[in-house]
Design a protein around this ligand. Structure first.
Ligand code: 3MF
Ligand code: MG
Length: 343
């Protein structure tokens, strides 16, 4: 398979049981080893990890036990010729994070969050990646008056600094999302994420991860969000997927809802040689209706869609596009793009 120099990843949560807020699981859990085999078979190169995807129940383990279990995971990855793209602390399920993690009103909860994130750094080190993703799931409010938003922003900065100080080799990527599970999140866009990073103790080690659906939920175009981060040299990871309008986070297969929006994401990535910068991460979920044996096609479709769109992008007549820009004939440019997408 020609991959044009790109490397691809997904997370174990992208092969899931199909539960939603209104219904139970509809598919059995797939054992981790089987997920690795699917990853490999479909042509992916790396796995994304939450801390407890790599080391289950880590809250109940000593530092030595965590290191040992992370070591076993690293050996498993090595056996398959795979790597870990990043580790993300799961700061949204534990009872201590009900009111937020780094921005909880209770100082004990905030201390738990920092401690848990430090454990995730330890795991990343053993897995051989310097990248930590912070998806700030519960850092926001249901009720504006419940928190001091100024103080909360400072607390997020303090948390980023604490992690940068903890490991001098760590790079942090903040994954913005405007809502869900919170009504409103403190870091809704890449602008917010990068502004925070620029204020940190070491701005050179803080970047961003853009998820297509999260940008759409913020009413923004994912390709423009990516472009902003690329312009600042800060797009270090992506979560490609798709999203039909402003509703719950759908994690649909990449390009399955809005082909042109997907094309433009691939276009800005490819025009900026993203294959030299980061991995093409997916964050997609199979439709709840898929039977167990058919519940990995969303991963195949998304990776293949990316590669097909690279071909489309590279087949465009650049000189013609430049001429149309000069002539300000954007209707003709529109037609050129639509023709390319229709094949
Ligand atoms: C939620 C997400 C998250 C993050 C993941 C890794 C569960 O909308 O996108 O997926 O991507 O936590 O950072
Ligand atoms: Mg994501």
């Amino acid at each position: 398979m020609e991959k044009y120099g790109y490397k691809f990843s997904f997370g174990p949560w992208n092969i899931h049981e199909g539960a939603d807020p209104f219904g139970p699981p509809v598919r059995p859990s797939v054992p981790f080893a089987e997920k690795l085999a699917i990853l490999k078979d479909l042509g992916f190169d790396a796995m994304q990890f939450h801390d407890d995807d790599a080391v289950p129940e880590l809250d109940n383990l000593s530092a030595a036990q965590i290191r040992q279990q992370a070591g076993a995971m690293k050996a498993l990855l090595d056996d398959h010729g795979l790597t870990a793209e990043f580790v993300a602390p799961r700061l949204w399920e534990h009872p201590m994070t009900i009111d937020g993690a780094f921005t909880a009103n209770d100082p004990a909860a905030r201390a738990y969050a920092i401690d848990r994130a430090r454990k995730a750094v330890d795991i990343a080190r053993v897995l051989g990646t310097d990248l930590m993703v912070l998806w700030l799931a519960r850092e926001g409010t249901y009720l504006r008056e419940a928190k001091d938003a100024v103080r909360a922003t400072q607390q997020l900065l303090e948390a980023v600094n604490a992690l940068l100080d903890y490991d001098p080799d760590l790079r942090i990527v903040i994954e913005p999302k405007p809502n869900e599970p919170m009504d409103l999140a403190y870091i809704p866009t890449i602008g917010h994420a990068l502004a925070l990073g620029m204020q940190s103790n070491d701005p050179s080690r803080v970047g961003g991860l853009i998820e297509s659906a999260h940008a759409v939920l913020a009413g923004l175009d994912p390709a423009d969000e990516m472009s902003f981060a690329l312009a600042l040299g800060k797009l270090w990871s992506v979560h490609l997927n798709d999203q039909n309008g402003l509703k719950y986070d759908q994690d649909r297969s990449f390009g399955s809802v809005n082909l042109r929006r997907a094309f433009n994401q691939v276009r800005v990535l490819d025009e900026n040689r993203y294959w030299e910068i980061g991995l093409v991460g997916l964050d997609v979920k199979a439709l709840r209706t898929q039977p167990p044996e058919l519940a990995a096609k969303h991963l195949r479709n998304s990776l293949q869609m990316f590669l097909r769109l690279v071909e489309v992008v590279r087949s465009l007549d650049r000189q013609r596009i430049d001429e149309l820009r000069v002539a300000r004939d954007y209707e003709e440019l529109d037609w050129l793009v639509v023709q390319a997408l229709m094949g």
